[in-house]
Design a protein around this ligand. Structure first.
Ligand SMILES: [Zn+2]
Length: 480
């Protein structure tokens, strides 16, 4: 066995081990002979997965891409059969065309799918299909019928699969085929599941204002493969078998639905351009964008210039970047992603005053844009202005109460100010939002023991510590 593969297997084994240990902290999931999981059981598994997702290197940590996907997902969910179900969408850095749904509404989307889809409606059709699997509880039912140990470790197995898929070297490695796929094959959807998810996906597409032909056209994309995707068979086809009946069924349904011409959103184009700009080396990306612009090979010219600008920023080629930004300002629709790029250029060029001015004016136009808030706060921290970072984050936090990174930023700022209680408190709140209750309690305990808080601050921390410990106690008791 070669060294590289050994290291990867060790990495996977340690993922499994970590997951196994944390799986032991999971509540007893109750009667495994049941055919349906309770919403609480599904939520417990979802939180277990999200805790791993929060620390996984394979999950794309780009708030602009994630916010786009979450907005698209939310729009689809709002048009689905279960509007109350909680959903979490995240992006996996993986060139294969795939998406997957976990119990509790956790949906992962590969970058390969975002790039491989030929239209926003195609991408939406896959999301709608996955949402259908969740609302019909397909995986939850399959998991509920598995043996106890599988059920208990399922989040770990799911995560190991996620890691295995995200590792290109593993895609051809023996480990994937023997072990992970063995587990996976027990969890492949049936034809009945596929038909049901397609039916719901089409309804969602239609009421969400997308082009229902996106679904059959995505089937074509899958069969053709994509120049952005790796591997001969898109992994989506392994878990969601595409049969002739399935294609015929969807095609028939679509023919009975009204025709609708839908234009892709500018975000769809910009996000894809950003992914392409970070896909390879800056030099290679620059070459591709320049050639596409020269030969007029694009579906959206502004996105091509934006992608070129992102690659130029990566390279630090500022004069040319200025030219591209000027082009965008003149020719592209106004957009937060372009303003954010322009501000990041000033940061990279070490122009703190211009950076601050650009962030401030962009936020005046897009007050709730997370990439701008993150970028501006990070900028304040970089130039050692923790007071400004704290003021900014606190003023924006109400709209994003579940955002862990806002608390990470606060913790850094308070540390800079040597405020021990507030720093640990913020770190505790960040861990709580990454579903890591043990570390949240640890930090809140340190906050309670810090001796630089006033009476009011100490009372809040102590009440919160008590509440978190209560939650931990509740977690250890069986849920049913
Ligand atoms: Zn499916």
């Amino acid at each position: 066995m070669n060294l590289k593969l050994t290291i990867i297997i060790l990495a996977i084994a340690s993922v499994l081990h970590v997951s196994y240990v944390s799986a032991n902290e999971l509540p007893d999931l109750g009667d495994v002979s049941a055919t349906v999981m309770s919403p609480l059981q599904e939520q417990a598994i979802a939180e277990q997965i999200l805790r791993e997702v929060a620390v996984s290197d394979d999950v794309l940590n780009d708030v602009e891409v994630t916010d786009y996907l979450q907005a698209l997902g939310a729009r689809l969910v709002a048009n689905g059969p279960e509007k109350q179900q909680k959903f979490n969408f995240f992006v996996v850095q993986d060139r294969s065309i795939n998406a997957f749904a976990m119990p509790g509404g956790v949906i992962g989307v590969h970058t390969g799918l975002m790039l491989g889809a030929n239209s926003e409606s195609e991408l939406a059709s896959v999301l709608g299909h996955e949402i259908g699997h969740v609302t019909q509880r397909h995986l939850a039912r399959m998991l509920a019928s598995q043996k106890t140990d599988t059920l208990k470790n399922i989040a770990g197995i799911a995560l190991a699969l996620l890691m295995a898929r995200a590792n290109p070297q593993l895609a051809s490695g023996a480990f994937t085929t023997v072990s992970a796929i063995g587990v996976q094959s027990q969890l492949d959807y049936t034809r009945e599941h596929e038909r049901e998810a397609d039916r719901i996906g089409l309804q969602i597409l239609d009421s969400g204002g997308f082009d229902v032909r996106g679904m059959p056209s995505f089937f074509n994309t899958l069969q053709r493969g994509s120049r952005f995707a790796e591997g001969s068979t898109p992994s989506f086809l392994r878990t969601h078998p595409l049969t002739t009946e399935r294609i015929a069924d969807v095609t028939n349904r679509v023919e009975q639905m009204p025709y609708r011409q839908v234009t892709d959103s500018i975000e769809f184009h910009l996000v894809r351009a950003k992914l392409r700009a970070t896909y390879t080396t800056p030099e290679a990306a620059i070459g591709v964008f320049e050639q596409n612009i020269r030969e007029h090979r694009y579906s959206n010219e502004a996105a091509e210039h934006y992608g070129l600008a992102v690659a130029l920023l990566r390279k630090g080629a500022f004069p040319q970047l200025e030219k591209e930004l000027a082009w965008l300002k003149k020719n592209a629709p106004q957009h937060a992603m372009i303003e954010s790029l322009s501000a990041r250029m000033e940061v990279a060029r070490n122009n703190p005053q211009s950076a601050a001015a650009k962030y401030a004016s962009a936020l005046a136009r897009y007050p709730d844009n997370r990439a701008l808030i993150y970028g501006y706060a990070e900028h304040f921290l970089a130039i050692k202005q923790p007071d400004n970072a704290i003021r900014l984050v606190l003023s924006k936090q109400a709209r994003y109460v579940d955002d862990a990174y806002f608390y990470d930023l606060l913790a850094k700022a308070y540390t800079m100010q040597n405020k021990v209680l507030l720093s640990h408190q913020a770190q505790g709140e960040a861990y709580y939002r990454k579903y890591d209750l043990a570390r949240a309690i640890e930090q809140m305990d340190l906050a309670a023991k810090a001796n630089d808080g006033d009476f009011y601050q100490i009372s809040i921390v102590e009440a919160r510590l008590k509440q978190l410990r209560q939650m931990q106690g509740d977690d250890k008791k069986p849920k049913s």
